[in-house]
Ligand binder design. Sequence first.
Ligand SMILES: Cc1ncc(COP(=O)(O)O)c(C=O)c1O
Length: 373
Amino acid sequence: MNLNLIEDELNKLKTENNLRTLKTYSDNLLNLSSNDYLGLNEDILLRENFYKKYPNLPLSSSSSRLITGSYSLIMDLENKLEEIYKKPALVFNTGFDGNCCVIETMANKNTLILSDKLNHASIHDGIIHSGAKLLRYRHLDLNHLESLLLKYENEYDDILVISETTYSMDGDEVDLKKLTSLKDKYNFQLMIDEAHSYGVHGYGIAYNLNLVDKIDFLLIPLGKGGASIGAYLITNKLFKEYLINKGRKFIYTTALPPINIAWNLYILENMNNFKNKITALEDLRVYTKNKIESLGLETISTSQIISIIIGTNEKTIELCNRLLKKGYLLYPIKEPTVPRGTARLRIGLNPHITKEQINNFMEDLNYELNSIL
Ligand SMILES: Cc1ncc(COP(=O)(O)O)c(C=O)c1O
């Protein structure tokens, strides 16, 4: 390990305004960066009712799933998932583990993976670990994907297509009906990540559109709208058994604690009681989008994640600092997370944010945008 090289790299990041640092922010700020899209994590009554139902659960599972970590609550959760999605389910500790594990275990050097260019780092890492041949299609461009399927379907027996439903950086969404309909024409397996749509769309977009059957690996991370931790994989019986036997990130890790698993089950069982939150979020989304457009700003978002492109890292950081002083917590999304020159503000809405707060924020944002260099 060359210490000089490490220091040089960090210094370079600093000069490029790209150095990541860890901070704690005051609770008094209006948090526009949260991924708690339904506000379930902030719902005190919901939390109290949960603790009444499960007053004394252990805080560790103390074991991996294959030893004693498959305790009854986690099996109940997988059974409940199977009842809802009508396919077997497997719980992972995080979305990152779930994506990586499925891809690196199920794909190999004979696989061709066609992956949306903006897919999450966990998907990319899984692909690298798998040794598969990777081609990235243009973001959300299903015509480009189809041209690749056409070109390569005779060359590869084993093709895996990977997409997310809602994309985290722009809040744009895949046309899942069109994507799954490609399966009627071409021979491939499909993996879908619903990190940013679970909760926001109840059990998810695939479930609502009745498309779960067409998806070979439906991965649902729970750290966002799910207000928790962990991830559900909905797949078939054979793939589930294979992952239990071969998935290193499933086998060699301690299972999630009962307290988290009970909370996941509780959210799942109560999902139909959150309809008013889902409607309120949709109402706020439309309101905010109209407001942004009325100020002459642009966004390509079609979801609860609304990004406003600012330009350079420097300008975006300065804008966030100024907004922070006015009481808004907004994390600047910078290059290299997004392409050069497209650093942006990323707003994550939730039903606890009021329209009045949005109005005030937009006024302040407009003022700062006009006064910044
Ligand atoms: C699309 C997507 N998939 C997976 C993950 C990883 O999930 P987790 O935070 O549960 O590891 C994230 C972000 O965290 C994500 O945005």
